[in-house]
Design a protein around this ligand. Structure first.
Ligand code: NAI
Ligand code: MG
Length: 497
């Protein structure tokens, strides 16, 4: 396992080389299976670490620990300001270890170091934002019209023990998006990281202990979805499961949750439309639309993967987008000056390449010039497909790779344009590039999606709720809504006599 990237600092390299265990009840323990699974560097395809393979028995132990921490112990006694203080301490630790966490993110996931670094700082901000809510998450007094005199009020209470199952595309951010609001709301947690990217969640577990969170409040069980993930989603003592990943697995989570009717929130796939109107500032719209699909090598649930361009500027925009993609520098995330890293795995690379071939055989035109020939790592070149049509699988299905499907439109009928956007099982995001704000507002109103950006893409502010319509999910993360999904609302009515 001496295959780590030479640019890694000692802190990250030492962490990767360590023995990786499960965090249960404040202690690092071996998996009861005794088994380990391998973690690959997607930039080279080489094995860099072995991690404990948690199974159903470990999920039981972790849930029991979370249950004890929620039902008794120190955690329920903590004041909101104390929860806030712990979260703020965690945010400081994330920032202090930012370089190490960014390097681990690169080795886990493959993304370029500079991108990982920005992401890590963003997670610290998210933790601080949620820390602020811990002291402001209140119910309200309710005036009753019943006969007699009453004092009635609502209280927000933590939903309880939460199972959180996260994907591999932004390993640390996804962990924080889930953990921070749940902790602010007063829940206890069992986190199941993606099997492709377990390292940064484990390092985060250490920082959580260092910040001073009581034992059992955050438990981390690494392992596979079909075993550890499925056990967590089905567990009778878990009050709520929060999941981010594929729509297909999201449906399995819902089925698994039926047993005890645990609460479920889901942040699932997308096939998000981006519109470029002829009056748009193309200097901004072209790089905007390019980054909407190429950022993180397209492995983003809100990727702008369907591009609708007005016929007047279609040829130019498509050519410019393809040229933009052809100029992006691909490489190992630890190399200097890299714009795009590899995809997460060989499976994902082959899946994405399969879609590109299918699109071409269905009649799409491959506009991008770059062809990759072999080499290490799971790379797919930025790919622009023109002449795509609504019925093609490349236009209908989430590809989760750097593949853009471009289509022209030539009318101004907003109902028809919204119809194009809404012709999808998904409804996560939409982008609009124009100088006509009246039209942009009208179109935004007609699009069935959880987020719409005008002249921007991926507005990643912790205050802005995020989540999907239709098969893109249930519930909203970020903003105050992120605490709502980790709480129950209780109403209390007192007859004053
Ligand atoms: P996935 O949805 O199967 O995996 C996401 C998480 O769910 C992982 O932690 C995994 O271990 C867990 N999981 C898998 N099966 C489970 C089960 N039966 N019960 C409980 N947990 C389970 O996604 P996968 O297989 O890694 O990627 C396949 C496709 O999913 C991608 O090509 C992409 O289209 C989509 N995807 C979407 C994401 C998003 O953010 N919307 C993130 C990751 C993948
Ligand atoms: Mg899967």
């Amino acid at each position: 396992m001496s295959t780590l990237h030479p640019r890694l600092d000692a802190a990250a390299a030492d962490f990767i080389r360590r023995e990786h265990r499960l965090l249960i009840d404040g202690r690092w323990v071996a998996a009861s299976s005794g088994r380990l699974f391998e973690v690959e560097d997607p930039g080279t395809g080489r094995i860099i670490a072995r991690v404990a393979e948690g199974v159903a028995r470990d999920i039981d132990l972790a849930v029991d620990a979370a249950r004890r921490a929620f039902d008794g112990g120190d955690w329920p006694k903590l004041k909101p300001a104390d929860r806030s203080r712990l979260l703020l301490r965690l945010a400081d630790l994330i920032e202090r270890h930012g370089d190490e966490l960014a390097q681990l993110e690169v080795m886990d996931n493959g993304k370029p170091l500079a991108v990982a670094r920005r992401g890590i700082l963003g997670t610290a901000d998210m933790v601080r934002y949620m820390a602020g809510w811990a002291t402001k998450f209140n119910g309200e007094a309710v005036p009753l019209s019943m006969p007699g005199e009453w004092h009635a009020y609502t209280v927000r209470e933590a939903v309880g023990v939460v199972g959180q199952i996260i994907p591999w595309n932004f390993p640390l951010s996804m962990a924080i998006w889930k953990l921070a609001p749940a902790l602010a709301a007063g829940c206890t947690i069992v986190l199941k990281p993606a099997e492709q990217t377990p390292l940064n969640a484990l390092r985060l577990g250490e920082l959580i202990l260092e910040a001073g969170f009581p034992a059992g409040v955050v438990n981390i069980v690494t392992g596979f979805g079909a075993e550890a993930g499925a056990a967590l989603a089905a567990h009778p003592k878990v009050d709520k499961v929060a999941f981010t990943g594929s729509t297909q697995t999201g449906k399995r989570i819902v089925q698994a949750a039926l047993g005890n009717l645990k609460k479920v929130t889901l942040e699932l796939g997308g096939k998000s439309p981006v519109f470029i109107f002829p009056d748009a500032d193309l200097e901004a719209a072209v790089p905007g639309a390019a980054n909407a699909i190429f950022f993180n090598s397209g492995q983003v649930c809100s990727a702008g993967s369907r591009l609708y361009v007005h016929a007047r500027v279609y040829e130019r925009v498509v050519a410019d987008l393809a040229a933009y993609g052809d100029r992006l520098r691909l490489g190992h995330g630890m190399e200097e000056g890299v714009d795009l890293g590899p995809l997460i795995s060989r499976v994902q690379m082959e899946r994405v390449r399969g879609y590109i071939e299918k699109g071409c055989s269905d009649g799409a035109t491959l506009v991008s010039q770059r062809r990759l020939d072999g080499g290490d790592g799971f790379f797919v070149a930025p790919t622009v497909l023109a002449d795509t049509r609504a019925e093609m699988s490349v236009v209908r299905e989430e590809i989760f790779g750097p593949v853009l499907c471009a289509m022209p439109f030539d009318d101004d009928d907003l109902e028809r344009l919204a119809g194009l956007a809404n012709d999808s099982d998904y409804g996560l995001f939409a982008g609009i590039w124009t100088r006509d704000f009246g039209m942009a507002h009208k179109l935004a109103k007609r699009i069935r999606a959880g987020s719409v950006s005008v002249n921007a893409h991926m507005v990643n502010d912790p205050a802005l709720p995020f989540g999907g319509f239709k098969q893109s999910g249930w519930g909203r993360e970020r903003g105050r809504e992120a605490l709502d999904i980790y709480s129950e609302l209780k109403s209390v009515a007192i007859n004053l006599g």
